[in-house]
Design a protein around this ligand. Structure first.
Ligand code: PGA
Length: 256
């Protein structure tokens, strides 16, 4: 079995977009500096990306920077948008794509997600593509139908460089609600996604692709989630805003 390096990514959402972002990133660097074998990523708002990546580099930290969104065109008359080359120039290496909040509040569709994954990979950045069902969809027995539709929208784009692209499974009902999926519930969907990758892309992509869990991950539930066979890391929201707790999640990934 291929060894997949665990990945813990902090999605700061609409928080810490100024000097507070630099402080938080440096505190995360400090809290995670003695952990090894885990990749650590922070995703500040656009306004803090360049400053955070410069500060982390200056501090000699291994923590890397993600953006929370991207626009799929490189340049042009698209007022208010940020492109992949701009993100790369700001020191960004990762891009969170298709988060459920983007799908819900900003009208992102599977087609949008596909375009953004394409642009991200073209710029040699790493996509973290988010998938996941709502509570209504889960209760209607449609979890896998929805998750497969989300995955199928971009999975073939992962074929060229197996192991580069990352998938985050985030059940919408578990995001910011404190209602974490049980490790068994999460593992079941992760295993199904991995099998879907075998069928739709290749065994190699399936084996090498990291599938993160997201939704109310905290220091006290991380270990059990991260011990599941097909859970390769976490996309952390609320608990990523306090460096010490986030550091404990990273430490849990090291031991899991
Ligand atoms: P949460 O958010 O950890 O606050 O539930 C996770 C996410 O939305 O990525």
């Amino acid at each position: 079995m291929t060894h997949r390096t665990p990945l813990i990514a902090g999605n700061w959402k609409l928080h810490a977009g100024g000097h507070d972002g630099i402080e938080l990133a440096l505190a995360v660097a400090e809290a995670t500096k003695s952990t090894s074998g885990v990749q650590v990523v922070v995703a500040p708002p656009f306004t803090a990306l360049a400053a955070v990546s410069a500060s982390l580099e200056e501090a000699g930290s291994k923590v890397e920077v993600a953006s929370q969104n991207i626009y799929p065109k490189d340049s042009g008359a698209f007022t208010g948008e940020i492109s992949a080359p701009m993100l790369a120039a700001a020191g960004v290496k990762w891009v969170i794509i298709g988060h459920s909040e983007r799908r819900l509040y900003f009208g992102e569709t599977d087609a949008t997600v596909r375009d953004k994954v394409t642009a991200t990979l073209a710029a040699q950045l790493i996509p973290i593509a988010c998938v996941g069902e709502t509570l209504e969809e889960r209760e209607a027995g449609k979890t896998l139908e929805v998750v497969f539709r989300h995955v199928d929208a971009f999975a073939d784009l992962f074929a060229e460089n197996p192991g580069v692209g990352v998938i985050a499974y985030e059940p919408v009902w578990a995001i910011g609600t404190g209602k974490v999926a049980t490790p068994a519930q999460a593992q079941e969907v992760h295993a199904a996604i991995r099998q879907r990758l075998v069928e739709k892309v290749s065994a190699e992509v399936s084996e090498k692709t990291r599938i993160l869990y997201g939704g109310s991950v905290k220091a006290d539930n991380a270990q059990e989630l991260l011990s599941q066979t097909d859970i390769d890391g976490a996309l952390v929201g609320g608990a990523a805003l306090v460096a010490a707790g986030f550091g404990q999640i990273v430490a849990a990934a090291q031991t899991a």
